[in-house]
Design a protein around this ligand. Sequence first.
Ligand SMILES: Nc1nc2c(ncn2[C@@H]2O[C@H](COP(=O)(O)OP(=O)(O)OP(=O)(O)O)[C@@H](O)[C@H]2O)c(=O)[nH]1
Ligand SMILES: [Mg+2]
Length: 549
Amino acid sequence: MPPRCPTPQGTLTPFLYPFLFSQPAKPFRPLLSSLRHQSTATQIEQPLPESHLNPPPSDYGRTIFSDRATVTLVAGGGGHGCISFLREKYISAGPANGGDGGSGGNVYIQAVRGETSLHKLARRNILKAGRGKNGKGKTKGGERGDDIVVQVPVGTVVREISRVDPVADEEARMKVEGRKEHEESKGPWSMGTKGPWKWDREKWLLYPAVTPEDIATAEFPKLPRGRRSPLAMAQVKGPVALDLSRPMDQPLLLAAGAVGGLGNPHFVTKEVPRPKFATKGEEAVRITLELELKLLADVGLVGLPNAGKSTLLRAMSNSRARVGNWEFTTLQPNIGTVVLDDHTGRPFAETLLETGERRTNFTIADIPGLVEDAHLDRGLGISFLRHVERARVLAFVVDLGKGDAVTALKGLWKEVGMYERMKIEEEKELIEPVVNWSPFTSVEDAIANRQETIVINSGPTIENPLAPELPSIADKPWFVVATKADLPGTQDNYQNLKEYIERVNAGEEPHPSGQKMVWGKKVQAIPISAINGHGVEKITDWIVGLLDA
Ligand SMILES: Nc1nc2c(ncn2[C@@H]2O[C@H](COP(=O)(O)OP(=O)(O)OP(=O)(O)O)[C@@H](O)[C@H]2O)c(=O)[nH]1
Ligand SMILES: [Mg+2]
């Protein structure tokens, strides 16, 4: 479906530039009067009193936001097995009846819609699942430890930094020792691989009344090998690398709890009918993860500092983003939701969400302003560009009252393009080239095929991005919001911008990104006065058209 916005010639609206029209300016009438948005289109003449769009500091919402966190997740350790014997009237020394220890709690992760920031996780360095309870007498098993579900916002990327898996370490150690034993057993002085095995403080639990002499003389059975919970088969294979870009119905298992120790009935033999030992619970897996949030807003506002992005966000949504007449007012991204309603309770957007429902709203991300060379980590923009990178539509906000709008637009595209290039280079460094080589299996094969295949996977490029489902930034639908059109003397600036955009649309000028593979539809530059709420409905309508397309 084509965007619904009126044709470009209709955008030089009389309310913005009254002197361009012969008849006196009509009062502003919303273009889509049938639509009720959550925006408040105020009709205030200059000087502007305080309002939702020109707010006093008391009207600023407080944003607590963090888009990075490093957390260590520890699954629950297993409870210890129990050493116990049946005691009843007339049975003073009954058989072993110690229960097994309970298994530890599991650690899950789930991306949910309600969360918007990682600040809660950033504050907590370590999250532990509950330890399993120890086994009890009368063959009572210990209770399971409590699970934990780490809830993260949709759009979180999870990477593993380190992992300590005691069972895997134990297996590796036993493999080495087993090999040594095997080699020794082959020699002429071999003692064989049979016991007695010695007491290992780390592994065995002893009956309280056992004396050191008992330990010295006792024959322990061979230590059971490190055991894993069957659930460990279902956990995410390490190293963890997840891109949680959709809300999840079910949590995902990251680390299964360790299994509990074995109670003393497991060690009953003919020689040792009443074993006075049980095993301790296994140690749990510990994973350190780096979480990075890439907000998944539908629209990303990209603009220079003080261009009027936050005012536009306030005009379109219920956001209480901080607004001020100085640069870098916005220090943290703000997300606003624009509610779509046509007075009958039905959304007017045609798009279906991934859940199959019709779109009733869309979200806008307002990020700190970009300065020249932001991609070289100047200013604040670079760390926040990745939020815009995932937006479906980009709105370039240019201030008509400050310098040439075309130069500003080209500068913004340059920074966005440089950021993308830099990110691709970084990803390339992370991914080591993979060489797939299939050698000949036999002389006949070599004669028959005569060619070995060597494929070198050299990592992502601009044409071949890392995540193919995310289009390159220049491939996204975009448009220009020419704001502060109420300021005197801005009409020439807007006219230049409009002509430039028309030349880009006609293919007479190169795309401002400088790239060849770009979004092919017509671009529009829409003049607005966000502070007065003029033209804001047109922006909403245009965005809906782009989202529907
Ligand atoms: N005249 C006029 N002033 C505006 C308009 N929109 C915003 N302003 C003013 O421009 C200044 C900057 O607005 P902000 O919305 O804070 O700009 P920003 O782009 O979010 O700025 P940073 O967060 O610093 O990047 C404020 O003083 C606003 O009142 C407009 O349409 N017309
Ligand atoms: Mg701002």
